[in-house]
Each structure stands twice: as C-alpha cells, then as structure tokens.
Design a protein around this ligand. Structure first.
Ligand code: NAD
Length: 500
C-alpha cells in the first residue's frame, strides 16, 4: 500500500505514530494510499523546525523571497498537469476543473511575487516639523495552515505563498482525505530554492491541529473547512493568543430576476451548482427565481439541462465529464441522506440523482445531479450545507422577499444576482448580507489581488484571505516616528501629549 508521510526540513519524514488515515480514489472506490497521522510530538517537531528556520528566513530580503516564489510559479506551471491528475485521483473532480484549481492557486503565488512592493509599508514626511513617520510590516514567525478536502492545491496556496513572502515560516496540515498534492507542492518549493524548514507539511487530524492551535511558537493560524470546526479553531487559537482567520461553510443563493437572460442564468447555474459535484464553498445550492413565471421557466430549462449532465470519472481519455464522484463513500451517503430529508420535509424532488445511471461508475462514489423545487426556509435542505450535487429552487414573490430570505440565512459566503436591471443589481449589492457578490457572475471568487471571505457564520476573524488582507494578516505593523534634530539637548522636557 502506498504510504504518505510528512515533509519536514526539506525532506519526506516517516510518520511514527502508527496511526493512519485512508485515502481513496473516489472514481473507483478503491483505497489508493494510507496517510500517516502525526502525533502531538511529531507536530511539535514541525513547529520547532519552522521556528528555527524563521531566524534566517525572516532576514532574507523581500526581493530574494520573491525570486524564489517566481521560480516556484514556473515549476507549478510546468507541473500543472501532474498536479491536476493528483488532485483528480484523490478528490474525484474532473481534470479540467482540477487544472482550473491549480491556476487559481497560482494566481496567489503571482500576487505574492510582488511582495517587495506589498510590504513597503507607509511613509509620511513632516508629520510635524522635522518629524517623519513610517511603518514596517514585519513577519510574525511560525504560521500554520489547515485546509479542507475540496481544494487540495488552491486552498493551501491561498495561505502559504503570502505567509512565506512576508518572511514567515509555515506548517501546513492538509486534509487527510487528499494529502498528495500539498506534499508535491512542498517538493516544488524546495526545488525553487526555499531553504529547508521554512515550509513543512504535517499530515494528521485533530491531534496535530490541536498542537498548532495551542503551541506558543505558532503566531497565526489560517483555517478553511466546515463551520463547526472553524468556530472551534477560532475560539481555541484566539484563546491561545494567536491571530486566526477561520473560513467556514456556506449556502449560496442565486437570485434570478424576471428580466434576466434565462438561458445565460441556467448555463451559469448548471456549472455553479453541479461543477465539482457541488463540493465547492462557492457553489450555488439555492436558486431564487423572482415571480412564478420565472420559476416555472427556470425549472423547465434546468430539467432539460440536467438530462444532458455528463457524470463520470474525473480522468478519462477524450473530453472531460461535467462532474465526477463525491470524495468518500461516507460523504456520498450523507448527501443521499439529505435528498431523502428534502423529500420527507415536503420539498418536491424534481430530478433524483440517486436514480441516475452513470457509465463506468463501478464502485466509485457517484451520484447524479438532483433538483428540488418548492424548498422553503426552515427546511433542513435550505438551512444546512449539503456540499453535493443538489440544487434547490426556493421561489420568491418579490426582490425584497429574495433579499430577506438570504439575509436571514446563517451563512453569508457568496451570492449572485442575474438581471438586466442595473438598479436592481445595485440595490442587491448594497443590501445583501454576504461577503462576495456576483452580478451576472455565478461564482464570484475574488481574484488573488483582492481578498476572499464570507460574512456571518462563513468566516470567523476580522481579515479575509489572500490579497491585501492576506498581507495584513501575515505581518505585524510597527510605526516609527523619528526626527534628527540638531541641538536636541537644548530642548526642555515635554510632559504633555505630543501633538507635533
Ligand atoms: P472539515 O471541517 O471536515 O475539515 C477541514 C480541516 O479540519 C481538515 O484539515 C481536517 O483534518 C480538520 N479537522 C476536521 N475535524 C477536526 C477537529 N475535530 N478538530 C480539528 N481539526 C479538524 O472540512 P472538509 O469536509 O474537509 O471541507 C468541506 C468544508 O469546507 C465545507 O463546509 C466547505 O464549505 C468548507 N470550505 C469553505 C471554504 C471557504 O472559503 N469558506 C472553502 C473551501 C471549503
């Protein structure tokens, strides 16, 4: 059996805990590897190595750090197909989608390459006569990242490129469901010239995470995953004096106004709801058509499109499928359970993905696309995150009703409105209580030079991930006020508040 271990101090290190997690190929249902789950002591050793490496890495000039990241970017580009195959083998998503994920991660590396500019700080000359003020954005120390299964390349790359660029060292704890891609990224970082110990990968579960949350040498923790764990991470890390940004779950609504181009909206909705088998934190899981006529036409078009949805393995000879399997059998059963819950709650199951015939499915964790209509707030299939290929239609009588429904939801990650009316779009952007909003854009994931983050129970912590917030999160500000007067000794002492 293929074994996956840890990456410490620039090399693969055998796990010694005798605890292993199982890694599957979701397309075949077979176990493909076992991954070592680190003990607390092994995790502390990773933190120690990163702490030791900080002394020299933090002194490397931003320009030199940036040049290493430039080389890393070129290596990731050169290995993009290999990385995408690894992602698909352990996650299940289709190859083109996996390559898209690599590209979105790479964009953060490109942003981080600009660190000499990003980390300049601010400067004001003559804040008082002969007095200048400037800020330094200094690295924090050891930073930790804990990532989910659904983006094994992109989410780690939301975290470590900026942290490293800012002069921090890093301990990455990837999802134990698909750890191979972050391990490969660690090797590519070394090949790019990153000194040993600056980036380490500890594979593991709660035992490793708890060390990262409590060890006093860790300064900052970035987390992406489900809301209950995000809440725990934020509370525990903060209680131990760390900066924490913890991104949680989602339930993303797309409002379709009566004047929207319905074909465009349906095309966008299909990709946003069923792409990556719905296992995206920015997936649209609820369509909110405004008005009965919009709802009926939308439903009819969605049913026709679902009939054409190509579900199958992520790696095939020839054109890609639209959607691959779910990540594990356990998750498949959970999503199937939600479909049954929706039926029991009285929603109308228009298309049942459980009945789909999927060619080449074998023992893989496949499920067809499902569509519910007449879903209402209060139903569990509306209030809870399903994280599978299940789209709900929740009808609204008016724009205001659609906005109220979304604002009342506990999650506030992403949302979209499809309309031709600029005023409706503008009102929507202003009123909606959600962190990332698309106008005729179904999955409004901000580019790397903006920051990514939701509102409400989709994000715990004040700062969003990557972009300008990423630089702020990964640095500590120091503000210097200085003057170089001649004859300072002749001045009298000041006992009042300085006002320059
Ligand atoms: P998860 O919360 O189960 O796991 C995330 C990470 O937390 C993993 O590394 C896991 O090992 C660790 N973990 C799990 N249980 C833990 C515990 N009890 N204590 C400490 N650590 C623990 O999430 P997942 O199933 O891997 O990923 C799917 C979830 O991630 C969805 O809820 C999705 O919405 C969310 N997500 C959110 C975003 C976002 O940007 N908001 C992005 C991607 C995924």
């Amino acid at each position: 059996m293929n074994q996956i271990h840890h990456y410490l101090n620039g090399r693969i290190v055998q796990g010694g805990s005798d605890r292993f997690g199982l890694v599957y190929n979701p397309a075949t249902g077979e176990q493909s590897a076992e991954v070592a789950l680190a003990s607390a002591d092994e995790t502390r050793e990773a933190v120690r190595l990163a702490d030791e490496a900080f002394a020299t890495w933090s002194k490397v000039t931003p320009l030199k750090r940036s040049r290493i990241l430039f080389k890393f970017k070129a290596l990731v580009e050169a290995h993009a197909d290999e990385l995408a195959r690894l992602i698909s083998q352990e996650h299940g998503k289709v190859f083109s989608d996996a390559k898209g994920e690599v590209t979105r991660g790479l964009e953060v590396v490109e942003f981080a390459c600009g660190i000499p500019h990003l980390q300049k700080g601010e400067h004001s000359m003559n804040v008082g006569t002969g007095v200048d003020s400037y800020s330094m954005m200094q690295p924090l120390g050891v930073c930790a990242g804990i990532s989910p299964f659904n983006f094994p390349a992109m989410v780690p790359m939301w975290m470590f490129p900026i942290a490293l660029a800012c002069g921090n060292t890093f301990v990455m704890k990837p999802s134990e469901k698909n750890p191979s891609t972050p391990m490969r990224l660690a090797e590519l970082l070394k090949e790019a010239g990153l000194p040993d110990g600056v980036f380490n990968v500890v594979n593991g579960d709660k035992e490793a995470v708890d060390v990262l949350l409590t060890d006093e040498r860790v300064e900052a923790v970035s987390f992406v995953g489900s809301t209950p764990i995000a809440e725990y991470i934020y509370a525990t890390g903060s209680a131990h004096g760390k900066r924490v940004q913890a991104l949680g779950g989602a339930k993303n609504h797309m409002v379709i106004m009566p004047d929207a181009d319905l074909d465009q909206a349906v095309g966008a909705l299909m990709g946003a709801a069923y792409g990556s088998a719905g296992e995206r934190c920015m997936a649209i899981s609820v369509a909110v058509p405004v008005g009965e006529e919009t709802a009926s036409r939308l439903r009819e078009k969605l049913v026709a499109e679902l009939d054409k949805l190509r579900v199958g393995p992520g790696l095939v000879d020839g054109p890609d499928n639209d959607m691959g399997p779910l990540v594990t059998r356990e998750h498949l059963e959970k999503v199937r359970g939600y479909i049954q819950t929706g039926v029991d709650e009285g929603a109308e199951l228009v298309v049942d993905g459980r009945e789909a015939t999927i060619e080449g499915a074998g023992d893989g964790f496949f499920l067809g696309g499902s569509l519910f209509d007449h879903v209402k707030p209060g139903m569990r299939i509306h209030s809870e995150e399903i994280f599978g290929p299940v789209l709900a239609i929740a009808r609204a009588a008016s724009f205001d009703e659609a906005v109220s429904m979304i604002n009342a939801h506990e999650f506030g990650n992403g949302t979209a409105i499809f309309t031709r009316d600029g005023d409706a779009a503008r009102q929507y952007c202003e009123q909606i209580q959600v962190g990332m909003v698309g106008v005729n854009v179904p999955i409004p994931v901000p580019m790397a030079f903006h920051s990514f983050g939701g509102w409400k129970r989709s994000l715990f912590g004040p700062l969003h991930m990557h972009g300008p917030d990423g630089v702020r999160f990964n640095t500590r500000m120091k503000t210097i006020t200085q003057r170089w007067p001649s004859g300072i000794r002749e001045e009298t002492n000041h006992f009042t508040m300085p006002t320059h």
